[in-house]
Write a protein that binds this ligand. Structure first.
Ligand code: GLC
Length: 823
């Protein structure tokens, strides 16, 4: 037993709070002053007494607690702490696999420290006070414990609150962490991860729907990541409680984190994605425009909306059925009055090129005459409380029970439930309310039990993964049932790794300009948090946008990987034509732009799937060394070569745009800019500043009303002149099958380089897929010389045109190897 002097030493000095400073951790302390708690249970690791090594794993002990340090790859080191010396079973819903690239691991020891080194990172453990730090191969400090890891017994539930506190320098900034509706740079924020249904959420509201316990630290141009793989309620403090500390802690589970080395921010995100996985290639149609509403019914209304898209020639690929398509909100049923012939309806929609996505919530109505409830009940698939009562709560259908999606058997059962919906013609599934949301109480009580893939746990442990496991069950079910066809799913809740199973939207936002700004930030944040396939309710879910706000949101939406308009049932009609002209025409123009850019977006997705690159990339990721960029949050790179600067305020005629270093062209006017500074660009409502990197090849297709409306006859390749060599990627495959995982795809790399008198475009092809079209139509912008000759694989191409702006156009075979444009 500790004596009092020792106990005083154990008190966290962080908790000596300034007057009026109100923090959760502080509150705990203030409510439990030392005199009343008896032995204070918060304990710090003490000096290291011994260690054992086992391959790339090292276990250090202070006599009671143990810390395991594992080298996962040259750039990733994992740290785990066992307060009483016994590690919990090693199980993670987040981890998809380890990148097995370990070149060499060295272990060294001197009087004061132990040092574990890879060619890229050193992990240093001080002997006297058990502090862990990470340096790069030049011994530059990247991340260091401010205090030894610590823990506090949880008397009520068992286990420990676990804490890690890091040094934070004056110049350090923080990013990622999922979906927080706040400034992009998280320095000065204290945030919680606990999936929560937050209808009409406000700026700075915390927590929201998803838990992604991964953040990026950026200091002096060098980045690292911390992935705290813990499913309990987790907390992050970025220099709030103390200016020189960042810390993370959890209400239970293991202190288990991965240090992910950069030093480029892009490398950190890539490595986090190697650990937790990427989205599979989506079906091409899922990258088209989606129209949603709570709810379109009856069937005639759904048809009318779909037909209006076609009549008005506004491209659209998917229409959604929200909860009213069901019979009394019973999942997997149809409302006979509104949808008497669902198969016919879905067939009719298919005939005019529409895919149908339907909502499925986790709450299953308690009703002994309802087959899903009966099956779930008889198989014991529903969640139970600690004393074995069923977990019951009210959601849309009234009294419900909830499948335990953390049970593999339940996931399998759930997957098969989609059979009928698919046979009826449904193309995609929307999982909602899966935080899980319960009316009144918010969510399940803590004592609800979960299987947790045979690692048992209360809701405290399973809450943050419940939604992810639901959409996983959905995705895996669809995959089994559809065989070789790619599933499309969309989910509201999620945990790290959810990207392997689903796209995500940011939940119930509001039709305000502030929310448009947040939409932009949240998609960038989700993207660098491993969730590339994300979008927002275009137009705002609740409230009424005017035509201008809706139009600006559509413009931003073109460049969010998921492009879905959605609105609550108590709002006015909200289709792209609802606001009349000029808004309708401008929305059409921008939705058409989305379709033109489809080959480019599809290629960006391939780069995400295959190379772990996020589709949306914030400015700070492109140029981390400039401190001012640490705060730039209103523009981003869309894939490799397009810079997007959305208009986020009403009635403005221009906006300031920052162009990163290098040459850029205005996408609309082809005016050339020399980057590394800010410009004022005019922003009439029918335009939005978009720039293309010099040297880029942007593949574009003819506008279609839906992604597979017709076979392409040619693909446009738009190339912008550059004197610096630039690579661009074009990826092609079947668009809706898994054949790409058997190498049936085509990845093309274009290398572009120019000089005073020439522009060379080389094409390198890799893969087995053959697209149907035969020709490229080349359009070349920004040529600084008068063209006298065009050579395609050495042969002169006599047929070309030049317009008054010196824009060059000609055709080539899709198989060309080298094009030379000469002065
Ligand atoms: C939730 C969803 C919203 C949906 C509604 C009805 O509020 O976030 O998108 O329309 O439920 O299902």
């Amino acid at each position: 037993m500790e004596n009092l002097t020792n106990i005083n030493n154990l008190i966290d000095p962080d908790l000596k709070l300034k007057e009026n400073q109100h923090t959760e951790e502080g509150e705990k302390f203030l409510n439990n002053p030392i005199v009343t708690v008896g032995p204070v249970t918060k304990q710090y690791l003490r000096s290291v007494k011994s260690y054992v090594t086992d391959g790339n794993r090292f276990v250090f002990s202070d006599g009671v607690s143990k810390v395991q340090i594992s080298v996962i790859s040259d750039e990733i080191i994992r740290v785990r702490m066992a307060p009483q010396g016994t590690f919990l079973a090693d199980f993670s819903y987040a981890i998809n696999g380890y990148p097995h690239k370990i070149t060499l691991v060295k272990f060294a020891e001197d009087e004061n420290i132990y040092k574990i080194s890879t060619p890229k990172v050193n992990c240093i453990i001080t002997k006297a006070d058990f502090l862990i730090s990470f340096t790069d191969s030049n011994n530059h400090m990247m991340n260091a414990d401010a205090k030894a890891m610590h823990f506090e017994e949880n008397v009520q539930f068992g286990g420990y609150y676990v804490y890690c506190s890091k040094v934070c320098t004056n110049t350090e900034d923080f990013y990622a962490l999922g979906d927080k509706p706040t400034e992009f740079n998280l320095r000065g924020k204290r945030l919680v991860l606990w999936n929560t249904d937050t209808y009409a959420f406000a700026k700075n509201q915390d927590p929201l729907y998803r838990s992604i316990p991964f953040y990026i630290g950026l200091n002096e141009g060098k980045s690292y990541g911390i992935f705290f793989d813990n499913t309990f309620k987790t907390h992050f403090d970025f220099a709030v409680e103390l200016k020189d500390r960042s810390s993370f802690w959890s209400d239970g589970g293991e202190l288990n984190y991965y240090y992910i080395h950069g030093p480029e921010m892009m490398d950190v995100v890539k490595r986090y994605s190697q650990l937790t996985g990427t989205h599979q290639m989506p079906p091409m149609w899922a990258l088209g425009f989606h129209q949603c509403r709570w709810s379109y019914y009856p069937d005639s209304k759904v048809k009318e909306i779909a037909q209006t898209f076609r009549d008005k020639k506004i491209p659209c690929d998917a229409i959604y059925l929200d909860i009213d398509y069901m019979n009394g909100y019973r999942c997997f049923t149809w409302n006979q009055r509104y949808f008497p012939e669902p198969k016919k309806l879905l067939g009719d929609l298919k005939d005019i090129g529409f895919k149908t996505v339907v909502i499925i919530d986790p709450g299953i109505k308690v009703d002994d005459n309802y087959w899903v409830f009966k099956e779930g009940k008889s198989n014991n698939y529903f969640c139970r409380r600690s004393d074995d009562y069923f977990m019951e709560g009210n959601v849309w259908p009234g009294r419900c029970q909830f499948p335990d999606f953390t049970n593999p058997k339940v996931r399998d059962w759930w997957g098969w439930l989609f059979k009928e919906l698919l046979e009826t013609g449904v193309d995609g599934i929307w999982n909602d309310m899966n935080e899980p949301a319960v009316f009144g109480s918010g969510t399940f009580p803590d004592d609800v039990r979960h299987n947790f893939d045979h690692h048992r746990g209360s809701h405290r442990k399973a809450h943050n993964v419940y939604g992810m496991q639901m959409v996983r069950a959905t995705y895996e079910g669809l995959k089994k049932l559809q065989k070789n066809k790619r599933p499309f799913t969309i989910t509201r809740a999620g945990y790290s790794g959810v990207q392997r199973y689903s796209s995500v939207w940011t939940g119930d936002n509001v039709a305000t300009w502030e929310h448009l700004k947040l939409a932009n930030i949240m998609c960038q944040r989700l993207s660098i948090s491993g969730i590339s396939f994300c979008g927002t309710d275009i137009g705002g879910f609740t409230g009424e946008p005017d035509g201008e706000l809706f139009t600006r949101w559509i413009q931003l939406g073109v460049f969010t990987p998921l492009m879905r308009a959605h609105s609550a049932g108590d709002t006015r009609e909200r289709e792209p034509w609802s606001f009349g002209e000029p808004f309708e025409g401008i929305c059409r123009k921008f939705i058409e732009l989305r379709y033109k850019l489809m080959p480019y977006l599809y290629s960006a997705f391939w780069q995400h799937y295959k190379y772990q690159l996020p589709v949306v990339r914030p400015i700070v990721m492109l140029e981390s060394h400039e401190h001012i960029n640490h705060y730039r949050e209103d523009e981003f790179s869309f894939g490799d070569n397009i810079l997007v600067c959305p208009v986020l305020q009403p009635s403005i005629h221009n906006r300031k745009v920052y162009l990163p270093q290098g040459a850029w062209y205005d996408y609309w006017t082809n005016q050339k800019y020399s980057g590394g500074k800010e410009f004022v660009i005019s922003t009439p409502l029918d335009s939005m500043p978009i720039f293309v990197k010099a040297g880029a090849v942007i593949p574009e297709m003819e506008v279609m009303q839906y992604t597979d409306e017709f076979e392409l006859e040619e693909l446009f390749l738009k190339t912008w002149f550059s004197v610096h060599p630039v690579k661009s990627v074009l990826y092609e495959d079947h668009g809706d099958t898994f054949a790409y995982q058997q190498d049936i795809f085509l990845e093309k790399t274009f290398n572009v380089f120019g000089s005073n008198g020439s522009l060379i475009i080389e094409q390198v092809m890799d893969g087995l897929y053959t697209p149907r079209y035969e020709k490229y139509r080349h359009i070349i912008y920004g040529l600084p010389f008068k063209v006298s000759k065009v050579l395609i694989d050495g042969k002169e191409q006599k047929k070309y045109s030049l317009d008054t702006r010196n824009v060059l156009e000609f055709s080539s075979s899709k198989k060309f190897k080298k094009i030379e444009i000469l002065a």
